[in-house]
Design a protein around this ligand. Structure first.
Ligand SMILES: Cc1cc2nc3c(=O)[nH]c(=O)nc-3n(C[C@H](O)[C@H](O)[C@H](O)COP(=O)(O)OP(=O)(O)OC[C@H]3O[C@@H](n4cnc5c(N)ncnc54)[C@H](O)[C@@H]3O)c2cc1C
Length: 396
């Protein structure tokens, strides 16, 4: 008999949720991570993540987001932690062109409106006049418009993972950190994983949620995903801190084509005190990196270029001093889609690569769905749009 019902390899955003749901279901579950989650080496760090319910990446993500919002609230009730600040999310599309997470800016906006209508999301379109009157922190121009998703807001990213893993341990999960899984093999109905110190563990089912390292263990994803370096910046506030603090929504603004900008920017209200600055970033859509070799330092030239191109023209209350920064990784699939599937040769190996820059908000529902798949149950949320076949049939 294997030692565990399931082993979850990689306990970041998605893996920690899967471990929690399996432990709550009374399964003997082992979670293994090469670092000590939450940590700064993968995709799940940097204080906060945006969440929203009217999902521009595709209408089929909205049930995942809405389920996740309920699960975050359940976890808050169970643990007393404050994880989810529902301050709303403002999306401003590009005037012309642009792309957000693999979807054209215009389609992203249309998807938001469709998702809101189909799934009854609390939100509304914001006219150009209202945008300029109610959101003066943004240097928008006549003709710009927006959608305010009131179910959106931000999540405290490290606290979410820490809280999920602590709750999983309380529900009986075994956690092994500082160990890298180097390989796994199946013999009969049992899988054996081998770690970098030579230790092994056995289980009926494996769930692989290794984020930017996913291709090391899941070969079919090797030509499918591309890891990119992303930088988060906290810029100083020079004026009108009330426009940028608590009570204001998080935002995604596709500034592509304005001045020299070539992507969207997104940001958060300041946390704690205006002296902590505003976290803001633009998305780097090009290039490719290796999670073990990525440049983790942020240069003065990068900071200046980001400020001049993506901050100064659009957020006049922010100054050029960068108070801190962080380097993080996206694992991008074509069309910004998620990949969640079983190995075709071994249905008891399940993998999930839900990143493409927008996976955190959905991670509790994805973790719950992975647990259901491991238990042989039908996931509560339809995942049929996220299989590898679907990606191959419908590339961006
Ligand atoms: C800068 C940035 C901003 C983002 N903003 C948002 C946002 O606003 N909203 C949103 O919803 N999403 C956002 N995302 C995306 C979101 O953060 C990711 O989708 C999510 O964190 C991915 O989680 P994961 O579990 O797949 O990967 P990770 O959290 O990176 O987890 C993978 C884990 O696997 C472990 N591991 C790897 N290999 C092994 C191995 N061989 N053995 C054992 N352990 C292993 C790693 O140590 C790691 O802990 C953003 C991402 C970045 C980088």
């Amino acid at each position: 008999m294997p030692q565990f019902d399931a082993i979850v390899i990689g306990c970041g955003a998605v893996g920690s949720a899967a471990v929690l749901h399996l432990a709550r279901a009374g399964q003997r579950v082992l979670g293994i991570d090469r670092f000590q989650p939450p940590h700064i080496f993968g995709s799940t760090h940097g204080e906060t993540r945006i969440t929203r319910a009217a999902i521009g990446e595709g209408v089929d993500y909205t049930p995942l987001a809405q389920r996740s919002h309920l699960l975050w609230r359940d976890l808050e009730r169970e643990t007393g932690a404050h994880l989810f600040e529902q301050c709303g999310c403002l999306f401003i599309p590009a005037r012309d062109g642009g792309e957000v997470h693999g979807v054209s800016s215009a389609q992203f906006f249309a998807n938001i409106e469709t998702a809101a209508r189909l799934h009854g999301v609390d939100g509304e379109a914001i006219s150009s006049e209202r945008l300029r009157r109610d959101y003066p922190a943004f240097a928008t121009a006549p003709g710009d418009r927006a959608f305010l998703d009131r179910e959106g807001g931000y999540l405290m990213v490290e606290d979410c993972v820490r809280t999920e893993l602590a709750a999983a341990a309380r529900h009986g999960a075994t956690l092994l950190t500082g160990r890298r899984v180097t390989s796994f093999r199946r013999a009969g109905g049992e899988h054996t994983v081998t770690m970098d110190d030579g230790a092994t563990a056995t289980a009926t089912t494996l769930i692989v949620t290794t984020g930017p390292w996913i291709t090391e263990l899941i070969a079919p994803l090797r030509r499918r995903v591309r890891v990119t370096r992303q930088v988060l910046y906290w810029f100083e506030i020079l004026s009108s801190p009330e426009r940028l603090g608590p009570g204001n929504p998080v935002f995604i603004w596709d500034v592509t084509g304005r001045e020299r900008a070539a992507s969207d920017i997104y940001g958060f209200p300041w946390l704690g005190s205006p002296a902590n600055g505003v976290k803001i970033a633009n998305e780097v859509l090009t290039g490719e990196t290796d999670p073990d070799a990525v440049a983790r330092e942020v240069t003065a030239e990068e900071i200046e270029a980001t400020y001049e191109t993506y901050v100064r023209p659009f957020m006049p209350d922010l100054g050029p001093t960068c108070l801190r920064s962080a380097v993080c990784l996206y694992t991008n699939a074509p069309g910004g889609r998620f990949i969640i599937d079983r190995d075709p040769g071994d249905a008891n190996v399940i993998y999930a690569s839900p990143c493409s820059g927008h996976g955190f908000k959905h991670s509790p529902a994805v973790g719950e769905a992975l647990a259901a798949m491991a238990l042989g149950e039908t996931p509560r949320v339809d995942l049929s749009g996220f299989t590898l076949d679907r990606l191959a049939a419908d590339p961006a």
